[in-house]
Design a protein around this ligand. Structure first.
Ligand code: GLV
Ligand code: GLV
Length: 324
């Protein structure tokens, strides 16, 4: 019998076809995610499950699925939507999609550094609002990159890919990431405070966990330089948005660029949307055709390996293998 799986959103054919070839798959093809109740119903009796970052995977869901469940494959590199200990406790491997979305996400981080620093989106609005009357020596002035310092918080794959790009822009690069080694000429800082004190641009590339939740709070922002630009492409809850709003409103920092917010979607009445000096994107870090093909393919490969009882190519909780 073909394994039974639920795929929580129609993913790209590059991966979906692999799943359809191997499994009896129920694919959620609506634009909005399944509600919690529907999700709990859909996973009942499945052997495998492809989750999106919008689907919470926890004890309740695993119990609803049943003890035959062999694998959870997350269609994302981040896995803060999954309560990992709940899955590990049941001996079930979790897959994720690292590596292939590194460049796409680093590109968006750089796009935001430039957009926030050089007021790109505000400038575009300026034209559309009919404000462009003439050229002026002090019209829409922003921040240079060359010769300035970029501080990278979290020097994993994506952080390093941002550093690689920063070399070409003539930035001095520093990073804070206790277990990472220097690369691309980046200088390691011994503390976050030291990084914030020196940086003209700060870009965050940490996973979301208990230690990084609201890491960017009023204290963090108060240690940044007055003309610094802040960018977040990691996860929304890494930032205390009220504190960020206040810092931007009071111009205690120059500008911010966010590809991730808390919550997502960001409500239209969010005060952040009233600010000229905040650029916000709808979580498009990995949103390129090639990257989403690769993510779908990896998510399918993790799923199929788990269904076959093989080791997942990319496993978040390899300790499930040690115990067997
Ligand atoms: C996207 O945010 C991901 O984690 O893949
Ligand atoms: C990217 O793949 C990362 O985990 O940094």
């Amino acid at each position: 019998m073909r394994p039974k799986v639920f795929v929580a959103r129609k993913m790209r054919d590059a991966g979906l076809n692999l799943v359809l070839d191997f499994c009896d798959a129920d694919v959620w093809d609506q634009a909005m995610p399944p509600t919690r109740d529907v999700l709990l119903e859909k996973v009942r009796g499945v052997d495998g499950f492809i989750s999106m970052l919008t689907d919470r995977v926890d004890a309740e869901l695993l119990d609803a699925a049943g003890s035959q469940l062999k694998v959870v494959s997350n269609h994302a590199v981040g896995f803060d939507n999954i309560v990992v200990p709940d899955v590990t406790a049941r001996g079930i491997p979790i897959g994720n999609t690292p590596g292939i979305l590194t460049d796409a996400t680093a590109d968006i981080a750089f796009a935001l550094l430039l957009a926030a620093g050089r007021r790109i989106v505000e400038s575009e609005r300026y034209i559309r609002e009919g404000k462009w009357k003439t050229w002026h020596p002090s019209m829409l002035l922003g921040m240079d990159m060359a010769g300035k310092t970029l501080g990278i918080v979290g020097f994993g794959r994506i952080g390093r890919a941002v550093a690689k790009r920063a070399v070409g822009f003539g930035l001095r690069i520093i990073f804070y990431s206790p277990s990472a080694e220097p690369e691309f000429g980046a200088i390691k800082m011994n503390s976050l405070d030291e990084l914030l004190k020196q940086s003209d641009f700060v870009s965050v590339h940490t996973p979301l966990n208990a230690a990084t939740r609201h890491m960017v709070n009023a204290d963090f922002l108060s240690k940044m330089k007055p003309n610094a630009v802040f960018v977040n492409t990691s996860r929304g809850p890494v930032v205390d948005q009220t504190a960020l709003y206040e810092a931007l409103k009071a111009k205690r920092i120059f500008a911010a660029g966010l590809d991730v917010t808390d919550p997502e979607p960001l409500p239209l009445d969010s005060p952040l949307l009233t600010l000229e000096n905040c650029v916000i994107l709808p979580h498009i870090g990995s949103a390129s055709e090639h990257t989403r093909d690769e993510m779908a393919r990896l998510a399918a490969e993790n799923l199929i390996a788990g269904l076959k009882g093989e080791r997942l190519p990319h496993c978040v909780n390899p300790e499930v293998y040690d115990r067997k």
